[in-house]
Ligand binder design. Structure first.
Ligand code: C5P
Length: 286
């Protein structure tokens, strides 16, 4: 039996850093959504030992040993559910890594879901995966949009969002998450947030009006570190039909928001043509 699970790109439409814990981790408040059709795929099948192979356009530089989050996730599930069996895991890497869109976390969550099916054990709860990385619980809980708080462990459903179209652009530069957090100057207080204002039944314009008052607190620091992020944001913002653009996570992937699939499609085609060195994808969200 082979089990195949899709690992969609995770996108932060807002990201507020509202505090810092004594262990250095930051407290976040973020609206997290998942791409409908842009992501990696993990395939698992029965085997005596754990083995990982990586293929696909972004396989270069992805380790296949115990340092890969997918292998760590598999070991975590084995010990959590006292599983003796192994598995052959095959990861199709189509998302850029170190890119602010979940990459490793999405893969780890997809591997956990696939292995739970293969081994016929309950999948871990999102909270049981926090030790694998701050974004893993959200990827376990997805793909419905959610509000993510704490360092990533506090997940709450949000009112249904209107149909949204995103163009994702990565300039091909890796960004170090700890480095970006370390560049963060002042931290806003929780009272500066307006996430509580999200309402049921919003159409695109109402959602857009709310989103316009939001942002990603890490965008400025990441742009200081990697100037191309600023170029990507400029290019997205000047694309016809782009209603807002910002960075996801700690970068370097940015998103542009469009009201229609046709406008997003045109922008993605133009950007891919004008900047062949960039990774450009269009997607709806779940
Ligand atoms: O948990 P994860 O491995 O994804 O985090 C990578 C690094 O990002 C952490 O070591 C920490 O420096 C930073 N981080 C943070 N606050 C978070 C998430 C990540 O400071 N909520």
């Amino acid at each position: 039996m082979t089990v195949e699970v899709f690992a969609p790109a995770k996108i932060n439409l807002t990201l507020h850093v509202i505090g810092r814990r004594t262990d250095g981790y930051h407290l976040l408040d973020s609206l997290v959504v998942f791409a409908r059709d842009v992501g990696d795929v993990i395939h698992v099948e029965a085997a005596d030992r754990l083995e990982l192979t990586v293929e696909g356009p972004f396989r270069k530089g992805v380790p296949t040993d115990e340092t890969n989050l997918v292998v760590r996730a598999a070991r975590h599930l084995q010990s959590l559910r006292a599983v003796q069996a192994g598995a052959r895991l095959r990861l199709e890497k189509t998302l850029p890594h170190g890119a602010g869109i979940g990459g490793g976390s999405a893969d780890a969550a997809a591997a956990l879901k696939a292995l739970a099916l293969l081994w016929k054990v309950p999948p871990p709860t999102p909270a049981e995966t926090l030790n694998l990385g701050a974004d893993v619980p959200a990827c376990m809980a997805g793909p419905a949009p959610m509000r993510m708080r704490g360092i990533g462990e506090r997940l709450d459903p949000v009112p249904p969002l209107p149909p949204l179209w995103l163009v994702l652009v990565n300039p091909g530069r890796h960004v170090s998450t700890p480095r970006v957090f370390s560049l963060l100057g002042s931290i806003r207080g929780a009272d500066a947030l307006s996430m509580d204002e999200m309402r049921m039944g919003w159409d695109f314009e109402a959602f857009h009006a709310w989103l316009s008052g939001q942002g990603n607190d890490l965008t400025a620091c990441a742009t200081e570190e990697v100037a191309e992020i600023g170029h990507v944001l400029e290019a997205l913002r000047s694309s016809p039909g782009c209603r807002k653009a910002d960075m996801s996570g700690s970068g370097s992937t940015c998103w542009g928001l469009f009201k229609s699939a046709a406008a997003a499609h045109r922008a993605a085609e133009t950007l891919a043509h004008d900047y062949p060195q960039w990774w450009v994808r269009m997607t709806a969200i779940n």
